[in-house]
Design a binder for this molecule. Structure first.
Ligand SMILES: *Cc1c(COP(=O)(O)O)cnc(C)c1O
Length: 459
């Protein structure tokens, strides 16, 4: 039997949820054009769409909300926010943004020229979107193990240095103004990156004079995995591991909606003060003044507190073990998932669950929809619908290597019985999988299509 951790908190406030009937759910998904983003939250029973901005805040954070200083310039809450970030990340410049993608938009609009390449292990979808939106080309250089759902390699988020070298040889350093690493690697199954790898990647780019930025959304979960799995860090505190991570990069973007345990917020932080200055000019046009950047004082306060709570090792132990519990319980039922379980989510391997639906008919989306019909569960497709694109040279559609359905776990929100219900629901869908139908797109926008795409079932 899979192990369930004891929650290191008790519940002070509750939010009711309820399940619609099966007929209602079928009706709702049809009305939503088979896009789960179009279903209203009250019509969802268990919402595993994302772990982004869905955390339960602590009593300290709520107290901080009351203490928020709403001054336009130089508020006390901003100073607290800045102090909290510098204490962990160690860079001189901190720029608040309303969420992670705004930090990415600032970074890439400041640093990219059309035709530039941006390597990473695997870029997240908003990162890809922001790179493309500024004329750049995102390149994924994760190790091969990171693309094999069955590999149990402990650091499947690692960057393949040979792939970086190949990219440099092919496109030249003049066309690589910045490099990135995503920790944990969200689009590759929430898998961690080792400190050894971060150090190697930093050294590689430093030798070429290319700045390395970390997409740090889940840096605390990544640091905890390093403590668990990487030799030599067993006795190092997670906070010191985090500090060592950021000592081996030039800056970081972060969505505070993840490991800072808040519902909105983000920032970008970096060594280079000249670069920060250029970004602040843009920030003032698009987000707001440099001491609030699109956030209220109370939100800045909640981030300042949440960042430190996110590094608490009792919390992280619970967090990582809860995710592992869901993964191991699914495996016990014979359901194929990306192995080993990542930090914030379990990824169902839709390609092996639905081998009869070819990738052009979106097996991941078909699986995701059936989880809603069967149990009112909302999940996210991370496959062809999210990542396929048309190659401009050949006109061919390029599909991603992985076809996954993500069950993201909101932080401090669901209990063991919620997760047990999820496992039972996936099992039911698995037992009736021959009934599932593929889907066809009836409407799509140009970028980030999964948010607004409309589909129909193929009969
Ligand atoms: C969520 C996320 C982002 C974008 O952050 P938002 O706050 O949603 O804009 C970027 N990178 C990764 C890895 C993420 O998980």
């Amino acid at each position: 039997m899979a192990h369930y951790p004891i929650e290191p908190f008790k519940i002070k406030m509750v939010e009711p949820i309820k399940m619609l009937s099966r007929e209602q759910r079928i009706q709702k998904i049809k009305q939503a054009k088979y896009n789960l983003f179009n279903i209203i939250a009250e019509d969802i029973f268990i919402d595993l769409l994302t772990d982004s901005g869905t955390s339960a805040m602590s009593d300290s954070q709520w107290a901080g909300i009351m203490r928020g200083d709403e001054s336009y310039a130089g508020s006390r809450s901003y100073l607290h926010f800045e102090r909290s970030i510098k204490n962990i990340f160690g860079y001189k410049n901190v720029i608040p943004t309303h969420q992670g993608r705004a930090a990415e938009a600032l970074l890439f609009s400041t640093i990219l020229k059309p035709g530039d390449y941006v390597p990473s292990n695997i870029h997240f979808d908003t990162t890809e979107g922001n790179i493309r939106n500024n004329g750049g080309i995102p390149v994924n250089c994760v190790i091969d193990e990171g693309l094999d759902p069955a590999s149990t390699f402990p650091f499947k988020g690692n960057v393949d240095i040979d792939k970086l070298q190949k990219l440099v040889d092919e496109v030249g350093l003049d066309n690589i103004p910045i490099a990135m690493i995503t920790i944990t690697n969200n689009s590759g199954g929430g898998q961690p990156v080792s400190l050894e790898n971060i150090k190697q990647v930093y050294k590689f780019w430093k030798n070429h004079n290319v700045p390395l930025f970390i997409d740090a959304c889940r840096y605390a979960e990544n640091a905890y995995f390093i403590k668990l799995r990487e030799k030599g860090y067993e006795n190092t505190s997670v906070k010191d591991i985090a500090k060592e991570i950021f000592a081996h990069a030039d800056g970081a973007t972060m969505s505070a909606k993840k490991d800072a345990l808040v519902n909105i917020g983000g920032f970008i932080t970096m060594r280079d003060s000249e670069l920060a200055k250029r970004m602040i000019s843009r920030l003032i046009i698009t987000e707001g003044f440099r001491t609030y950047g699109g956030m209220s004082g109370r939100d800045l306060e909640a981030v300042a507190i949440g960042l430190q709570e996110g590094l608490n090792e009792d919390y992280l132990k619970y967090r990582i073990e809860q995710t592992a519990y869901l993964g191991e319980s699914l495996l016990e039922q014979g359901i194929p998932i990306v192995q080993p379980p990542g930090g914030h989510a379990i990824y169902l391997d839709a390609r092996s669950i639905l081998p009869n639906i070819s990738q052009e008919f979106f097996p991941g989306q078909a699986l995701s929809i059936s989880l809603y019909i069967e149990g009112g569960i909302r999940s996210a497709e991370i496959g062809g619908l999210m990542f396929a694109y048309i190659d401009e040279k050949t006109g061919k559609t390029i599909y991603p290597e992985l076809e996954l359905v993500r069950l993201a776990i909101p932080r401090r929100v669901y209990t063991r019985s919620h997760l047990d219900f999820v496992v039972q629901t996936v099992k039911k869908v698995m037992d009736n999988r021959h009934m599932l139908k593929g889907l066809r797109i009836t409407y799509q926008p140009k970028l980030l299509r999964h948010f607004t795409v409309e589909l129909e079932e193929i009969s």
